[in-house]
Design a protein around this ligand. Structure first.
Ligand code: ADP
Ligand code: MG
Length: 697
């Protein structure tokens, strides 16, 4: 492709190298410290930085600046662009950008969801520069990543709570390190590498599918003759037009300093994945939002449409976002690394026990944070983890836990061993200590956990807020319990064994997709929330309110608001889907079938006129007419049911009415339509089929 990655990488980012050249030395040092350690930047310093940023951005051709923020639940960054230009009285035009502009923004935030936190009449919302996430130029605009909160200080985004949770886990983690005599660790970083799955379809075909346009997923569509049963797509060679798209995307990402690294076809036809190298969680969050935006815009340039929905097509794989997460100290100790002798690594064992306890205790909260309405179709379906949270730890760590649970401590550990291909010319490879378990929602992968449940179009803010908060809570409890112990080693061992015993039900190394696991999980008392709606109430349960309250991450009021927003969001999405189906049935599918019955009737008459019997044509006419009648009554039923659901006063009752009644009515309408699709001539079917959408892009 001929791009010099070294040269273009970070070209549009106001990064360390740029600052070093453009800021006075002492200011540069101060900014650098603030960036790595946090803290408040004063206005005179902000003025100097803003001036340098403006000059740099103007050289890059920027004309505007914007605070980028991300209203809660909306998975795209929001931007309000202001021009640099000011027009003073004397008619001279100049470009201005002050420290104040850099630090604070006040978008009119009244139309973003706030769950009642902010009445429309008191709509003030503020954005504040997140100094730890880099500023960049995109589409002639200087973009400043920010956190977003209301006039009274409640967070209105997923970034603010994440920053608070990162701070909490760092603080509690450092206490833990001190206890282990590792006082050189001054901070704990939470790292995330999100693998993003997506589908590509041809724009021309997409335009003919109102369901994809309005709902992001197909609401009608019979299974194509070929799906993914041949397993011939995964890691298959990438088609030329898709390769061109990926090349273009990579260059744009690299210019923005996003470390796009891996790309490949995914399991379903038309499905792909892109993964950057991991980074600090808040930067990973910002980068992932940018990535989703660029996926869409770049696809458009290439005559394609990128679908980020979790389940755009029934019956084949959905898309997720695998959240690879780890905790590492500033002096390079990865808390999830078993090391050479895991049986002697008490810190690792304790952290592991804390993780088991945290995942078990906050299973529903994790399930909720990973979810959105679309994920309801994916969890438990093809190639997606079930809605039950469990942890996969692999042989080595699994054995370690078994020993600790049985004997109170571990004496030995299984070695990972060497993989020998048995061919002289191929090298022997050192094996990873864990195999992969693709069916586990929360899998240990050697030095990190891969949370595979996360919805493809969701922000990763919520998920990482829970992950870091729950670890902060466990670390804090552990330190409280251990800091005054007389015999520290013994106390740690006992505490670790106790946690592992209490929470061993969360560990499951078998096939998470199997029906037996669902039964087994029920026996173990593990929660199984099939729908996001069932999980939403966990936001106000004591375990959640206490954890978030303890570390000042989210208040009860904020959680209350989040609950409302999620319920509204669910009802809103289902309402759009139902109304799209009604409209498609009434204006596209039913008219097509009506037209076809007329053709058939004419044929029957014409053939009879010619003195020949027409049993097949007649039979087909009867069949099509029957399905047509079923569709007509189903569409009327769906219309009534949707109106009923929409009229509910209580948000929980409304979400449930959509989940149960409207969804059932939608399925009843889809069935005869999909049956019609496969008996009607392709030329008479008014919308592109699954085959057209999946195999042509
Ligand atoms: P896979 O084999 O699952 O595709 P990769 O090695 O490609 O795994 O990594 C997937 C993601 O995990 C990448 O974004 C990678 O940067 C990230 N990752 C690797 N190590 C860590 C770590 N210690 N913490 C967080 N993420 C990590
Ligand atoms: Mg993976």
């Amino acid at each position: 492709m001929g791009v010099n990655v070294e040269k273009v990488f970070g070209e549009n980012v106001f990064d360390d190298a740029v600052m070093k050249v453009r800021l006075p030395k002492s200011d540069y040092e101060r900014v650098k410290t603030l960036m790595s350690e946090g803290g408040v930047i004063d206005e005179p310093l902000a003025d100097v930085v803003a001036q340098a940023m403006k000059e740099w951005a103007l050289e890059k051709g920027a004309t505007h600046f914007t605070h980028v923020f991300q209203p809660y639940v909306i998975s795209v960054g929001a931007e309000k662009h202001d021009s640099f230009v000011s027009f003073p009285q004397d008619g001279k035009v100049e470009n201005t950008f002050t420290g104040e502009n850099l630090l604070r923004g006040e978008p009119d935030a009244s139309s973003f969801p706030s769950g009642g936190l902010r009445a429309t009449c008191s709509a003030r919302g503020y954005t504040a520069w997140d100094i730890t996430s880099p500023v960049y130029v995109k589409e002639d605009t200087l973009c400043i990543p920010t956190a977003f909160c209301s006039y009274t200080g409640e967070s209105l985004d997923t970034k603010t709570p994440l920053l608070k949770a990162m701070h909490a886990v760092s603080k509690q983690g450092v206490r833990l390190m001190k206890l282990f005599g590792l006082g050189d660790s001054r901070r704990i970083f939470s790292y995330v590498g999100p693998e993003q799955e997506y589908f590509l379809v041809e724009k021309e075909k997409y335009e003919l599918r109102p369901d994809l346009k309005f709902a992001g997923r197909t609401l009608f569509g019979a299974k194509p003759p070929k799906g993914q049963e041949m397993d011939d797509q995964y890691f298959g060679s990438i088609k030329p037009n898709v390769k061109e798209f990926m090349d273009d995307l990579n260059v744009q990402l690299w210019k923005l300093g996003i470390t796009a690294k891996t790309q490949h076809n995914e399991v379903a036809p038309g499905q792909h994945e892109i993964a950057p190298v991991f980074s600090i969680s808040n930067v990973a969050l910002d980068n992932n939002l940018l990535l989703m935006d660029l996926l869409k815009k770049t696809a458009d340039k290439h005559g394609l449409v990128c679908l980020l929905h979790e389940k755009p097509f029934d019956g084949i794989n959905g898309s997720g976002k695998h959240n690879n997460w780890s905790l590492t100290t500033d002096d390079g100790i990865n808390l999830f690394k078993p090391g050479k002798n895991p049986e002697k690594n008490q810190l690792f064992q304790l952290v592991l026990a804390c993780t088991m306890a945290a995942v078990d205790k906050h299973a529903v909260l994790l399930r909720l944070a990973a979810s959105n309405t679309g994920n309801d179709h994916r969890l438990g379906a093809n190639e997606a983890p079930p809605a039950i949270i469990s942890m996969y730890l692999g042989d080595q760590v699994g054995d370690l836990i078994d020993q600790i649970i049985k004997n109170g401590k571990a004496e030995s550990s299984l070695s990972s061993g060497v993989l020998d291909f048995g061919i002289k010319k191929l090298p022997s490879l050192e094996k990873d200590p864990t195999d992969r378990n693709r069916t586990s929602p929360f899998a240990f992968t050697g030095n990190r956990f891969e949370f595979r449940m996360v919805a493809a179009s969701n922000t990763i803010g919520d998920v990482n807020t829970v992950l870091n908060a729950m670890m902060a809570e466990q670390f804090s409890d552990a330190v409280d319990a251990l800091e005054n112990a007389e015999d520290f080693d013994k106390a740690v061992q006992e505490y670790t064994a106790k946690l592992m015993r209490e929470h061993q039900r969360i560990v499951f190394n078998g096939d998470g997709y199997s029906h037996e696991w669902e039964e087994e999980a029920a026996r173990r008392g593990l929660p199984n929330c099939k729908s996001i709606v069932d999980a939403i109430p966990v936001l106000l349960e004591d375990s959640t309110v206490e954890m978030y309250g303890k570390f000042g991450i989210l208040s009860r009021e904020e959680l209350e608001a989040r609950k409302e927003i999620l319920l509204e969001q669910y009802a809103g999405v289902r309402n759009i889907e139902a109304r799209t189906m009604i409209s498609m049935a009434n204006t596209l599918l039913i008219p097509a079938a009506v037209k076809y019955t007329k053709k058939l009737a004419d044929t029957v008459l014409a053939v009879k006129d010619a003195g020949v019997d027409a049993p097949v044509q007649k039979e087909l006419l009867v069949q099509v007419s029957e399905k047509l009648a079923q569709m007509k009554s189903a569409v009327e039923k769906l219309s009534v049911t949707t109106d009923e659901a929409a009229s509910k006063e209580d948000s929980f009752a409304m979400a449930n009415a959509y989940k149960d009644d409207v969804m059932a009515a939608m399925a009843d309408l889809r069935k005869p339509a999909d049956e019609l699709e496969v008996i009607m001539p392709k030329s008479e079917w008014p919308i592109p089929t699954y085959g057209d959408l999946l195999f042509d892009a």
